[in-house]
Design a protein around this ligand. Structure first.
Ligand code: FES
Length: 335
């Protein structure tokens, strides 16, 4: 049962709380339209202004009591603290005070404040065309004025930005000279003699079957890009054919492959005689020597380039030609 008469004050018109414009009309149902722009006036008999509590006086008394308990809790806390304090009881009194005040304020809001609902019509959000144009013109004019007034600062700002732009380009110096074709070619040429690290020419009788040696083109001993694994597969006069089209690349049991791994460029320095495979120790890529150093295990994406060999009339090994492709890891998409 509602006891609205307790809080009504018939005859006094007020503007609806929480709203600068309309609430439902006097006594009307929630959501009743009120003409736009009108200042809604209503009376305390408006059901939207009534509290939720059926008996507001009793609710007020209960809430008042709860707040008093809270007040007493705070006072007890303060008094106890004043006379010397006792930590546990201080906590209890403080807790009682906070809880009672929190509960009392929540109950006040829920049971004694007007329940609404209150509806406020929204104004049109969009600006008209003339308003937009006026604003754009004002901003443009204002901006010009600001820069006209602060021309000196604007000049310094521009100069600073220019200097900073130049400074930001400085790191380009650390890029060094362009590699140009050096990434694609080695120093191996047609007729280059095969030499060891000391520059000594390699004779066909130098390696036993199953032997291997790191070699370079004559004149470039120690060059990393030129380093090549020379392997002797068989002690015979037999030529070794690894792939079609390479019939004369492996004379008298010799084969030569670039030593730079096609994965990340580590030296592929381990030759396993039994399996006839080259092993890269960095990430364990395995290359099958018999089939053109095709990768059979590991992350290497492509075979090691093979160096075509020939033997001169005195039995010294030479390059029949340079590598037919770039050595080392791929630095662009290769077919
Ligand atoms: Fe050879 Fe990674 S560098 S496997």
């Amino acid at each position: 049962m509602s006891d609205h008469t307790d809080t009504t004050d018939a005859g006094h018109d007020v503007t609806a709380p929480g709203s600068s414009s309309p609430v439902a009309g006097d006594g009307g149902p929630p959501g009743d339209a009120v003409p736009s722009g009108a200042v809604a006036m209503t009376s305390f008999s408006d059901p939207h202004l009534q509290p939720y509590a059926k008996n507001p006086r009793r609710a007020e008394a209960i809430i008042g009591f709860i707040l008093l308990v809270g007040l007493a809790g705070f006072a007890a806390y303060g008094g106890l603290y004043w006379v010397g304090g006792q930590t546990q009881w201080e906590g209890v009194f403080m807790g009682v005070g906070l809880f009672a005040f929190g509960f009392g304020m929540s109950a006040w809001g829920k049971y004694l404040l007007p329940q609404g609902p209150f509806v406020e019509e929204r104004h049109t959000m969009a600006s008209s065309e003339p308003e937009v144009e006026a604003m754009a013109a004002a901003i443009g004019e204002r901006g010009k004025m600001v820069f006209r007034r602060r021309g000196f600062l604007g000049t310094i700002l521009g100069a600073g930005a220019g200097v900073m732009g130049i400074v930001l380009a400085f790191p380009l110096r650390s890029l060094g000279p362009q590699p140009k074709k050096s990434l694609a070619v080695t120093d191996w040429r047609t007729g280059s003699y095969v030499v060891d690290l000391d520059g000594r020419r390699i004779h066909q009788a130098d390696l036993e079957a199953g032997g291997s040696l790191t070699v370079f083109p004559e004149g470039f001993a120690g060059s990393s890009v030129d380093q090549t694994m020379l392997i002797r597969l068989a002690p015979t006069d037999q030529d070794i054919v690894t792939l079609p089209g390479r019939e004369n690349w492996g004379p008298k049991g010799y084969l030569a492959y670039s030593k730079m791994c096609t994965h990340a460029g580590c030296p592929v320095g381990l030759y396993e005689e039994v399996s006839q495979q080259l092993l890269c120790p960095c990430h364990q890529s395995l290359f099958d020597v018999r089939t053109g150093a095709n990768p059979v295990f590991g992350p290497a994406p492509r075979p090691l380039p093979q160096l075509p060999l020939m033997i001169d009339s005195k039995g010294f090994l030479q390059a029949r030609d340079g590598y037919d492709q770039p050595v080392g890891p791929g630095y662009w998409e290769r077919p």
